[in-house]
Ligand binder design. Structure first.
Ligand SMILES: *Cc1c(COP(=O)(O)O)cnc(C)c1O
Length: 450
């Protein structure tokens, strides 16, 4: 370890508190401290390079140090780094709002900015709740959440979460919700297998919503993939069916595309794949190409109009953040969307997605790989103690963590979700790097589990 790494590691251990990290373990591990990056490669203070197998926690889209995005941020720095949207406009936030509305599913016409995924969800929850009160339907105040759902870590977002390990400990602080079944086909909540499924989870959800429709404000869902819940991929048609259930029962649909948005599933937004137009759409992570923190909540005209009234009616949406519509982040986002357009990124994604599928297929035959799931360039490989019974490894075995630490030694940075190994490379990943990523993952799984 060189002097610089040693100095930074000491300061890190002394002063930092890392997210989702048991610091006692952290203090004992050899830290990797990233100093720079280019494309899909990260370089640490020791000069070692790693492939960025999870897009710097699902945010990076076109690779690091994209010249177009670098330039756009620099250009914006030459104008203004930040100016508020409270009582003022700023250039990039206006241009980006128009652009987001243009590419979003039809019907979404308004953009409310915040600065991360959790707040984008909070805004959607508060808008949905207020919407019904304004319409004189104050009884409609419950939210339907799904098991395994993840919508962020602020208290409202935790209230609609469904991952017990993360969320249940905060239950006394959370608002009441209705819990619907996950679309987890590997561990089906209704005891089915993929071969015997008749969409019982949808029937159960429909019953729940119908029974309580007069009390339900909105249903919150991650379209197509419950990402943090373990890269759980829905069967085709599931999202469209959930949207119908909402529509038929007068319940708003909140689509949280914080993880799946911006090309991750193969289309710009996951909702497009099933022709779904939600009432509210939460965006963040990939929105700025992975450059700067930015959140956006898109709303329909119908929702917008419920808040538009004479001042004295007190219908104003009383919500906002200091860095709302930050010009640097919006400039990065505009440049990222320009790269999508100019390089026809989405049109060219198909071969990479199919390649990833072909590379992952053999892993499914390994003795401790229970399930391999993929949607677009998002993939999860679930490791189990027993393939036949699907029995997981004990919590303390940390097999997913061990595989990820081993991958680092082979030049690949990944971060698992429990014992689900996650691969979510930037959309710009080359076929060669994709091959290398899956090869390292396969090798590390073999070495740790066989
Ligand atoms: C990451 C994530 C969030 C939270 O976003 P943050 O920016 O980390 O607050 C919300 N919803 C989904 C689906 C996510 O994957």
């Amino acid at each position: 370890m060189n002097d610089e790494t040693r100095r930074l590691a000491r300061l890190d251990r002394r002063h930092l508190w890392h997210p989702f990290t048991q610091m006692r373990d952290w203090e004992r591990e050899e830290p990797v401290i990233i100093r720079s990056a280019r494309g899909c490669r990260l370089t640490d203070t020791e000069g070692r390079t790693y492939l960025d197998g999870v897009s710097s926690l699902w945010v990076n889209v076109h690779g690091h140090r994209r010249p177009e995005i670098d330039r756009a941020v620099r250009r914006q720095l030459g104008r203004v780094a930040h100016s508020t949207l409270l009582g003022l406009g700023n250039v990039p936030s206006i241009e980006l709002a128009a652009e987001l509305v243009r590419i979003a599913p039809p019907g979404l016409t308004r953009v409310f900015y915040s600065d991360n995924g959790s707040t984008a969800v909070e805004v959607a929850l508060k808008l949905a709740f207020s919407y019904w009160r304004r319409g004189g339907e104050g009884r409609k105040r419950l939210f339907v959440r799904l098991r395994n759902a993840y919508h962020g870590d602020t208290i409202g977002a935790v209230s609609v979460g469904g991952i017990d390990l993360f969320h249940e400990r905060f239950r006394p602080l959370l608002f009441p919700t209705l819990l619907g079944p996950s679309f987890d086909c590997y561990r089906c909540p209704l005891g089915r297998e993929r071969s015997t499924c008749s969409r019982e989870c949808l029937a159960a959800l429909a019953r729940l919503v119908r029974r309580r429709r007069d009390e339900i404000a909105a249903l919150v869902i991650e379209p197509l993939v419950q990402a943090a819940g373990g890269m759980i991929v829905a069967r085709p048609g599931h999202l469209a069916a959930v949207a119908s259930i909402c529509r038929e029962n007068g319940v708003l649909l909140i689509a949280d595309e914080v993880a799946v948005g911006f090309g991750r599933t193969g289309t710009m937004f996951a909702c497009e794949r099933e022709g779904v137009s939600p009432d509210l759409l939460a965006l963040s992570k990939g929105i700025s190409g992975g450059y700067l923190p930015l959140g956006a909540t898109l709303a329909t005209d119908r929702i917008y109009r419920a808040f538009r009234a004479p001042h004295r009616a007190r219908r104003t949406f009383f919500h906002g953040h200091s860095y709302t519509g930050n010009p640097l982040a919006c400039a990065a986002a505009l440049a990222s969307l320009e790269v999508f357009r100019r390089e026809r990124v989405l049109d060219r994604l198909g071969p990479k997605i199919r390649l990833l599928g072909r590379l992952l297929a053999p892993l499914a035959r390994r003795p401790h790989v229970g399930d391999v799931r993929q949607c677009g360039l998002m993939a999860g490989i679930e490791l189990v103690r027993s393939k036949r019974t699907k029995r997981p490894y004990p919590f303390g075995a940390r097999v997913g963590h061990r595989v990820s630490m081993r991958a680092r030694r082979h030049g690949l940075v990944i971060r698992p979700l429990g014992d689900v190994i996650v691969l979510m490379p930037p959309l710009s990943v080359s076929p060669r790097d994709l091959r290398r990523m899956v090869a390292v993952v396969g090798r590390c799984i073999r070495e740790e589990t066989e």
